[in-house]
Structures are given as C-alpha cells and as structure tokens.
Ligand binder design. Structure first.
Ligand SMILES: [Zn+2]
Length: 342
C-alpha cells in the first residue's frame, strides 16, 4: 500500500468512529504526545501492555531502536504496579507510550516522577478518542470513574495508535523516519486487511448471533465498530471474583438472550463461566487471550495482529460463523525486536 493512501483510509475509518461529532470539535485531545526536539544518541522507547508494545515494536522494526515493554504478558494490566526497577527504565526513556484512559496510573506516576528532560509521555487513547466517546459499561461503570480502556481491540483505533507512534518516533529520530514510515505502511496494510476480514466474517453471522458474553470486559469498542452487542462481562470492577448475585443475573440474561457461546480467558481464568455454561447449556470457550500475545517473542503471531486474529477467529467460530476470511490474513510482515518481560 502506498503510504499516501494511509491517512485517507485512517480518516475514513476514523470518521465512522466519530460520526455525530460536530465539525468544530477537534476529534482528539491535543498535546500529550508532543515532541519538542530530536533525540541525540541512542533512542530508548518504553511501552506498557503487550499489544501496544507490539505496535511500537513493528514500527521500530530492525532500526536498532530499543523498545522495552513493562507489563509482563499474562498479568492483569488493570491492577499492575510497576516494580521499583521500572523507575530506571522509565527514567532513561525518550518516549513512554501508554494506553491512557486511566489504565496505567501507577506506571504513569512513576514515569512522571522519573522522566528525563524532554521525554515524551504519550497516552495513545487520548489521541484517539475524546472523553465524550469513552464507554462506561459492565466492569467499568461510570460510578467507578474509569472508562473501558480497551481501544486496541478495535482495528481503526489500533491504526490511529500506529499513526501517533509513527509521528512521535519520526520527530525523535528523523534519520530513521523513512524506515519507520515503511514499517508503519506494513502495519497499516495488515490492520486494513484484518478490518475487512472481520467485516466479512461478521456478515456470516445473523445479527442476532452477534452477541458477546465474556469474563474480561475487553470488547466494547470492537462491538460498537462491528455492530455486535456485548450482553455482559462478568468480571467486577474490583477485579475480584463475581458475587453469587452477579452470576445469577448473568445466567438469566444468557437464557433470555439465547447466546450461543460464552467466553472466558487465559489471563483471567474463572470457574464461574464454566458453571454458567453448565447451567444454561451454552458452549463455554475459555481461550481468549486479552493482552497475552500468542506464540513466542520474535514469531509473527506474537503480535497485535496475531492476538486480534486469534481472538476474532475464536469468537466468530464459537458463535457459528465462518472465520475463513480472518484465517487468510497474513501475519508474516511483522518484524519486532521489542523486549517483552515474561
Ligand atoms: Zn484488559
């Protein structure tokens, strides 16, 4: 894909996401990812959760820029407290890419306390949607004050993350800008391919089949984009176990809505969904991966794209649809030398 087509595609996807907004309102909050001057010397980049580390890692590619992820895969990123050793890593960073939307406050605090002069602390979510587009729902109720932060499960938003990352990196390291752009071009092509494949796969499900019940509440923005409905997410906002009353209510809902499958996850394994599955006699699928990338670091499937493809295929097939368009999305363009803590 020609790079010059990318902003147009991003713009089209983004216009859809922002439909209804007045023309005079800027689509994103400005200013938290501003680069004042290029870095001299070796560029060091830090990011938080693995899907974001993967997007940064792919745009950096094999330029030799150091990318360090902070949140180990398979940990609960919503309650993650960075270890004291992270202060040094954050203090040496030229840019720290975070999701924002109040996902990583302890890491953000540590980054702010230790940032070196001129370091860029960039919350990608704030560059992607405005606060009035935040979704509050099951595990992220408005009363708790924290919105659903999972923008990256929606491909157009992940593409926007990539655009912001490209802009920051290119200003920090103009010498590498053309390589970053070429790598972003590959990333953008794969996002567009995944988005089209998911639209195709969605069309193989009847509208009344496009219903999600999950343990972890990670698909709010995905569901809005593809016109699916999230019936419920069982994980309480405290991230502790659900109460018997929560469970009873969800059982009633699963029966009333006639859902085909319910989805648990590897990261947040819980006997609760299995119990619901047995009581209501629906398929229980416990392999969604949340932030935990498939495969091993360095392998193409160990990527944002590999993670999304796996989760989307899993959901479409369990609900009775045809996921072959998703299976056909190529992973092989992904080159990523980021350091992933395990
Ligand atoms: Zn999550």
């Amino acid at each position: 894909m020609n790079l010059r087509t990318i902003p147009l595609i991003a713009g089209i996807l983004f216009v859809t996401a922002c439909a209804g907004e007045s023309e005079t309102t800027p689509s994103v909050a400005a200013g938290n990812c501003v680069v004042n001057e290029a870095t001299t010397g070796e560029l060091r980049i830090v990011s938080t959760v693995a899907p974001i580390t993967s997007i940064v890692g792919q745009i950096v590619g094999d330029t030799g820029v150091v990318v360090t992820g902070l949140v180990p895969e398979g940990t609960n990123s919503h309650t993650f407290e960075p270890p004291p050793s992270a202060a040094q890593v954050l203090g040496e960073a030229d840019a720290v890419f975070m999701n924002g939307l109040i996902l990583e406050e302890p890491t953000k605090d540590l980054a702010q306390a230790n940032a070196k002069d001129g370091a860029v602390l960039c919350e990608l979510g704030s560059e992607t949607i405005t606060e009035d587009e935040w979704i509050f729902d099951f595990s992220f109720p408005e009363s708790g004050g924290k919105p659903n932060p999972h923008l990256w499960t929606n491909p157009p938003f992940a593409l926007r993350y990539g655009e912001v990352i490209l802009e920051v990196l290119s200003k920090l390291s103009p010498d590498n800008a053309s390589q970053f752009e070429a790598n972003f071009d590959d990333f953008a092509s794969s996002v567009v391919a995944l988005d089209e494949a998911m639209t195709t796969a969605t069309a193989t499900l009847d509208p009344e089949q496009r219903k999600l019940v999950t343990y972890h509440d990670a698909y709010a923005y995905f569901a809005k984009h593809y016109e699916w409905t999230v019936i419920g997410a069982i994980q309480p906002s405290s991230f502790e176990d659900p109460t018997p009353r929560d469970i009873a209510e969800l059982i009633e809902q699963v029966k009333a809505e006639n859902v085909a499958a319910i989805f648990g996850s590897e990261v947040f394994s819980s006997p609760v969904l299995e119990q619901i599955g047995n009581e209501v006699d629906v398929k229980y699928v416990d392999v969604l991966r949340d932030d935990d990338l498939p495969g091993d670091p360095g392998e193409p499937e160990h990527s944002w794209l590999g993670l999304m493809r796996f989760n989307f295929v899993t959901m479409v097939e369990a609900l009775g649809g045809d996921a072959s368009a998703l299976e056909a999305v190529e992973l092989s363009t992904h080159i990523d030398n980021a350091e992933y803590p395990q």
